[in-house]
Design a protein around this ligand. Structure first.
Ligand code: PAZ
Length: 341
């Protein structure tokens, strides 16, 4: 598969096509322009912790200035319905793709910035959290001490060694977010700090990012009242500007950028992935379907190039993870990207 930086699509100001919100087959919103960026970031305050987080990232990048660094985004963003948030809109993503991919990137020698939804799955600990077992099921008591149940020893030792190696070598930095606004501010700030890495920076955008939000001018301050249970709650959400275009053109112009596209209707997956690639002019879209995302994905690159990666029945039965195919393929493309610049 060839990688290309296509010329940016025809410029026009974005408009909120709210009537298109439900029909996923209509064209996606136009990419955000500079105007949209200012409009959004000037009116939606950054999270209070952002300065501290960017200092951490800067320190991490100073340590890895000659290495390849991947920013993996993972998990779903929330959309608060109140400023003092009691209720919010969320999505299904548990962060499996992101956390699993991060482990395989670490195996390939990358330093990993892991921008993830707080409390979603994390690299390494994911093997023992959110599973059907409680983590205490992995433990046993021996002579008054807590030990790992012998039947899990071998596997847990292997995971523990990889985790400790990543920590000792300072290869993994965990960066949590919760809301769509925190995610966007953090993504922008980090990508700008990553600019000196040039082509050694890789963006692997696996997070399930909200498409709609309530702007600060309309969000209620306090908990929405149920008024005795008789009233309907009618929501009026604005589209979240499509900042991928800004990432490609301004925030990280030399980096390789890979986005994911999730659909539920197999007949539109490739079309939507191609459409995203054309609109945002980045290097690769990885398409996946909600139902089969753990066993197959499609790489959609420039020139209507489609490569399906699929686990065989046997691989599935053996517990092989699709990310062990995705990441080496991505790393190969990233090497080509670096060598061409
Ligand atoms: O977190 P998870 O492993 O359950 O799901 C991963 C995913 C489907 C969210 C990811 O592969 C993806 O497609 N992210 C982009 C979603 C989108 O905005 O279209």
């Amino acid at each position: 598969m060839e990688l290309n930086r296509q010329p940016p699509p025809t410029r026009r100001f974005s408009t909120g096509e709210r009537e298109n919100a439900i029909d996923r087959t209509v064209p996606v919103l136009p990419p955000a322009l500079e105007f949209d960026e200012h409009n959004y970031f000037d009116h939606n305050a950054p999270p209070e912790y952002l300065d501290g987080m960017t200092k951490q990232v800067q320190k991490f990048l100073d340590f890895h200035k000659h290495n390849r660094v991947v920013l993996v985004t993972s998990g779903g963003t929330t959309v608060p319905l109140e400023n003092q948030t009691v209720r919010f809109i969320d999505n299904f993503s548990a962060g499996t793709r992101g956390a699993t991919s991060a482990e395989y990137f670490l195996e390939q020698g990358y330093a990993v910035l892991f921008l993830h939804r707080q409390f979603s799955l994390l690299p390494y600990s994911r093997h023992y959290s959110h599973s059907t077992h409680c983590f205490l099921d992995y433990m046993d008591e021996r002579d008054g001490s807590v030990v790992v149940d012998p039947k899990y020893q071998e596997e847990m030792l292997s995971v523990l060694r990889k985790y400790q190696a990543a920590r000792t070598k300072n290869l993994l930095l965990l960066l949590p977010f919760t809301t769509i606004n925190q995610y966007l501010h953090t993504l922008r700030a980090i990508s700008v700090i990553m600019q000196p890495l040039e082509s050694r920076a890789l963006f692997y955008l696996a997070a399930a990012v909200s498409d709609f939000f309530i702007p600060p001018s309309r969000i209620p301050e306090h908990k929405i009242q149920s008024k005795g249970g008789g009233n309907k709650l009618v929501m009026d959400l604005d589209p979240v500007p499509k900042f991928l275009n800004r990432l490609v053109e301004k925030w990280a112009p030399s980096a390789m950028i890979i986005s994911f596209k999730l659909e539920t209707d197999p007949t539109i997956l490739i079309f939507k992935a191609e459409q995203a690639l054309e609109r945002y002019s980045h290097q690769l879209v990885i398409g996946n379907l909600l139902q089969t995302r753990k066993t197959e994905v499609v790489f959609v690159g420039p020139g209507q190039n489609h490569d399906w990666l699929r686990l065989s029945d046997e691989q599935q039965a053996d517990g092989i993870e699709i990310e062990c195919m995705i990441i080496p393929a991505v790393v190969k493309l990233h090497s080509q990207w670096i060598n061409r610049r």
